[in-house]
Design a protein around this ligand. Structure first.
Ligand code: PGA
Length: 239
């Protein structure tokens, strides 16, 4: 497990972009897993800048969103709407689970199959929720969990209230790749910034692994980089 600590959000966006562009440079048809949230917004904006400047080319890259709300497709808070707003770079393809599939369990299982058929994720980029979730794997998610429909915690729903307009408008359920699916990625980039992430980062990295902190399962992965800003790294005792 590599831990990289950078000064601030700007440095984090720059370093994360380096790592994403390096994968695309190494493998033209690379496959990425991509998250939503506040953390990746500066990363996607830096990616956009480098693509426009011609120093990063993602046109061969296929990307898979790691989760989606079970919501009406027109809802303003879906991850599809997020990517449309924030990830403004030409890709070969961006795949998302549908927000309103007729059979959600079957749909998300088929989505995970699609990831495997694409050859698996060369790099899965992830953020961590303040409750330790990764993608929509909320506390209680086991290491062997697979793609599935999940109940979202109040904490996660609160974090998305502004994009849906109100807490009541945030859907109670979501679709997510499971921990076991995420662990099948060839490499993982976990990003966290800000003092509000310091405690959960320390638990995920240094406390015994457990489903109480789903991100702790990622420590089993052989090629994971934790990319943290100083504020998010502040409670680590061994790094
Ligand atoms: P954030 O969310 O980037 O908005 O803090 C991270 C997450 O919940 O995965």
């Amino acid at each position: 497990m590599a831990i990289e600590i950078v000064a601030d959000v700007t440095a984090l966006a720059s370093r994360a972009t380096d790592l994403i562009c390096a994968v695309a440079a190494r493998k033209h048809q690379a496959v990425l897993g991509l998250p939503t949230g506040a953390t990746p917004i500066p990363v996607y904006s830096e990616l956009g800048r480098r693509v426009r400047d011609g120093i990063c080319d993602l046109r061969g890259v296929s990307a898979f969103a790691v989760d989606e709300f079970l919501a009406s497709a027109e809802s303003p808070g879906t991850n599809a709407a997020f990517f449309e707003t924030h990830l403004r770079v030409p890709l070969r393809a961006l795949h998302l689970p549908e927000a309103a599939p007729s059979d959600p369990e079957r749909h998300i299982a088929a989505f995970a199959d699609e990831v495997r058929r694409a050859g698996g994720l060369d790099l899965c980029v992830l953020g961590i929720g303040t409750n330790g979730h990764i993608a929509f794997n909320e506390p209680g998610s086991e290491r062997d969990s697979r793609a599935r429909v999940v109940q979202l915690t109040l904490e996660s729903r609160r974090a998305h209230a502004s994009s849906f307009g109100a807490l009541d408008a945030v859907p109670p359920r979501g679709l997510t790749l499971g921990i076991a699916d995420l662990l099948e990625s060839r490499a993982i980039l976990m990003m966290a910034s800000g003092a509000h992430k310091a405690e959960i980062v320390a638990r995920a990295v240094e406390s015994p692994q457990s489903s109480a902190v789903p991100a702790s399962w990622l420590r089993d992965h052989g090629d994971i980089t934790w990319l943290l800003d100083e504020a998010a790294a502040a409670m680590l005792t061994q790094h």
